[in-house]
Design a protein around this ligand. Sequence first.
Ligand SMILES: NC(=O)c1ccc[n+]([C@@H]2O[C@H](COP(=O)([O-])OP(=O)(O)OC[C@H]3O[C@@H](n4cnc5c(N)ncnc54)[C@H](OP(=O)(O)O)[C@@H]3O)[C@@H](O)[C@H]2O)c1
Length: 253
Amino acid sequence: MNIIVITGASSGLGREFALQLNKMHYVADEVWLIARRSDRLEALSKELSYPCERLTIDLSKEEDLNQYKKLLEKKNPVIQILINCAGFGYVGGFQTISYEQQSSMIDLNCRALSQMTYLSLPYMKENSRILQLASSAAFMPQPGFAVYAASKAYVLSFSRAITEELRKQKIYVTTVCPGPIRTEFFELAEQYGSSFTLKKYTMVEAPQVVKAALQASKRKKELSVYGIPMKCFFVISKILPHKLLLVLLRFMK
Ligand SMILES: NC(=O)c1ccc[n+]([C@@H]2O[C@H](COP(=O)([O-])OP(=O)(O)OC[C@H]3O[C@@H](n4cnc5c(N)ncnc54)[C@H](OP(=O)(O)O)[C@@H]3O)[C@@H](O)[C@H]2O)c1
């Protein structure tokens, strides 16, 4: 049985990945949709022509991840595509957000993503693919978004490393690094502070980002950075010292 696994499928990019794979008639026997809101997963599964397995789990809880492990053991599928989309961030100074909330970002964005990848790999074969949702926030440290940016730098570094490790097995990893996208993400993110104004002008729509990410994955590309502003930001963050960029950022705010 060939399957697609999508975390964060209840909204935003995760939901869009499911819809676009469905629209392009990507061949799979089942899609496994993972998130906490069961009503959203149920509604999405009705829109898809694939048989769906819905896992209403909290990925930041070790015991919940065990349910995924058990389902894999029971069904013994081949994972054709794993899309690690679940993630969130809080905008605001490091001292203004509780430590529990800061560490919950690390739990989901870093630990759960790594564990999902680890649990899934034994069920992957030649030509299986992984899409890891990092962010352009991974490109440099971001004061006022410190833990989120650091968590995405982890995703980028971790994913690029395993891209190399998995090359011999012909399992292909694409790390997706978009800039701001209009999803529910900002409703949660801006509870404690507002985003840098420039981000609002570079906001893009989820379907474009997902389309580009799926194309990059199909072409076995290591990275997907959507849009000219983010491509420029990526290049600048490689060329200029981060210390200088941080000073420029101080004056742009
Ligand atoms: N939107 C942006 O501007 C942007 C930019 C760059 C990168 N990204 C990254 O893209 C990914 C998707 O973001 P999005 O924009 O689609 O945001 P979103 O619409 O808020 O979706 C986040 C998804 O993660 C799931 N999730 C959150 N906490 C979870 C938990 N503890 N256990 C299981 N699932 C959980 C949510 O489902 P439930 O609430 O139902 O659990 C939801 O489906 C994230 O990793 C984000 O960091 C977003």
